[in-house]
Design a protein around this ligand. Structure first.
Ligand SMILES: [Zn+2]
Length: 233
């Protein structure tokens, strides 16, 4: 089992990274990825000057616990709540999640702004818990997917109940889009956006089923390969 969207006490999560790592080992998970919030006025988050400490904390756990792969990610609130002009390049991270991309309800900046930024960010870039059918439903699906592929931007399947409508996960509401994703080299990531409930640490079953239903195994592999290459450095 794997989960690439976990919050710790570094931002607005309840548990320290070490407690989370131990719980993940107990649950026999293979890969976990921390994705604490980067400096935003929205929630408790990691300011630029503490980024290095956060990274070192995670890398130390990686050394201490060899039985599980521990990835270092970060989540960017892509809105005026973040100082996007001074966004770091996140060079030493394994992946970067962008939330609220083109999400008008949350004042999210449009996708084209992310395309501009993307060029200077080396790690895999992923659209986190995006309500694709609402934010991109009016866009031509092929054109949208071609843009993501060209700029190497992936999509996350997020299994947190915050990202549902009438009991359906956002990704399930965007089935017409995901039916086409297998034709493109677009990385697919999965995560539960765990904050305070350790039970949610391996709660990604539905995302894995969805990957099978939509034939996205190759896309998940692409994501795992990209983060894996970062991890091995
Ligand atoms: Zn999150």
């Amino acid at each position: 089992m794997m989960n690439f969207h976990i919050h710790s006490t570094w931002s607005d999560g309840l548990y320290t990274p070490e407690i989370i790592v131990r719980e993940a080992i107990k649950k026999k998970m293979e890969k976990i990825g921390f994705a604490d919030h980067y400096q935003t006025t929205k929630v408790s988050s990691i300011s630029k000057k503490y980024l290095k400490m956060y990274l070192e904390d995670i890398k130390a756990l990686r050394k201490k616990y060899g039985e599980i792969e521990i990835y270092a990610g970060i989540e960017v609130d892509f809105s005026p709540r973040t100082n996007i002009d001074e966004l770091p390049d996140f060079e030493d991270f394994d992946f970067v999640l962008f939330e609220y991309v083109q999400d008008s309800l949350w004042d999210g900046y449009p996708l084209w702004m992310l395309l501009d930024l993307r060029k200077r960010i080396k790690p895999p870039v992923i659209l986190a818990h995006n309500d694709l059918s609402r934010n991109f439903g009016a866009t031509d699906i092929e054109a949208f997917l071609r843009v993501l592929e060209a700029d190497n931007i992936g999509i996350e399947l997020n299994t947190n109940l915050n990202y549902t409508k009438l009991g359906e996960f956002y990704y399930r509401l965007a089935t017409p889009i995901f039916e086409r994703v297998e034709e493109y080299n677009i990385p697919i990531s999965i995560g539960s956006d765990m904050h305070e409930n350790l039970e949610l640490l391996d709660d990604v079953e539905d995302a894995l089923s969805f990957i099978q239903e939509m034939h996205l195994e190759k896309n998940l592999k692409l994501f795992l390969k990209e983060v894996g290459e970062r991890y091995e450095r």
